[in-house]
Design a protein around this ligand. Structure first.
Ligand code: CA
Length: 240
């Protein structure tokens, strides 16, 4: 079965490159160069036989902002949305993640990176109706949310309740970026969304306990200006 991807990108060259790369991987690509095109394809796909499995959404489009389409997608269906943004440090990108986009990539990005992010997003949405992820096991780090246990290379690691809650939130979105605002709201509470210094402090503590070199993290990754990402579980990577 070929999964359909709605690709919304006004840059003709990038659109063509992404289309052929995705088609090589076996995806069926519906491409839109404007917000209007995207809305039309979505309306057709959502009610026709062509169920769209994932949306790649550029931010700046000639007739509007990607945000408009995201709002509609979120009202209608839990389709995964990956934002593709030209600008590093784009405030709108963070707004889209907070508004429910699954992930983002800053241009230029590699096709390998895009495909990896797509797999994570598709897998997570695919399991949305199943019990939540409660176990993370990768590169010697094992986090069992149900049993409330964390171990590193088989040795138990003691975390404070807040450290555990922060790690648990990242485990539930393993492989995906979680914004500062999401982490602060969900771990500390909605009134703490501006307190990014809490995050820096607690992330530092977690890294000190869970990273071989806290200054060069391999598990708890920083997404500059956006948030944090727990590395996607992969046991075939060389252990460092
Ligand atoms: Ca654009």
């Amino acid at each position: 079965m070929n999964l359909s991807v709605l690709l919304v990108e006004d840059d003709r060259e990038l659109r063509a490159t992404l289309r052929s790369a995705l088609e090589v991987e076996g995806y069926k690509v519906l491409a839109a160069a404007s917000l209007a095109d995207a809305q039309a394809l979505w309306a057709h796909g959502a009610c026709g036989s062509e169920a769209i499995s994932l949306v790649l959404l550029d931010l700046g489009l000639p007739d509007g902002e990607g945000q408009t389409l995201l709002a509609r997608l979120r009202r209608e269906q839990a389709v995964p949305v990956i934002v593709i943004s030209a600008r590093e440090g784009d405030g709108q990108k963070i707004g889209l993640l907070d508004a429910g986009a699954d992930d983002y990539l800053v241009k230029p990005f590699s096709i390998g990176e895009l495909l990896a992010r797509m797999r994570v997003a598709l897998r997570r949405r695919g399991t949305a109706l199943q019990p939540a992820i409660t176990l993370y096991d990768s590169q010697g780090l094992r986090v069992d949310l149900a049993a409330h246990r964390v171990s590193l290379a088989g040795q138990p690691v003691h975390l404070t309740p807040t450290e555990f809650e922060l790690l648990a939130r990242l485990v539930r979105s393993a492989g995906q970026v979680v914004t500062h605002r999401q982490l602060l709201a969900e771990v500390w509470g909605p009134e703490f969304t501006e307190h990014t210094h809490y995050l820096r402090l607690y992330m530092g503590q977690l890294r000190a306990k869970l990273e071989a070199d806290p200054a060069d993290p391999r598990r708890l990754l920083t997404e500059p200006g956006v948030g944090y990402r727990l590395a996607e579980p992969q046991d075939d990577l060389p252990v460092r």
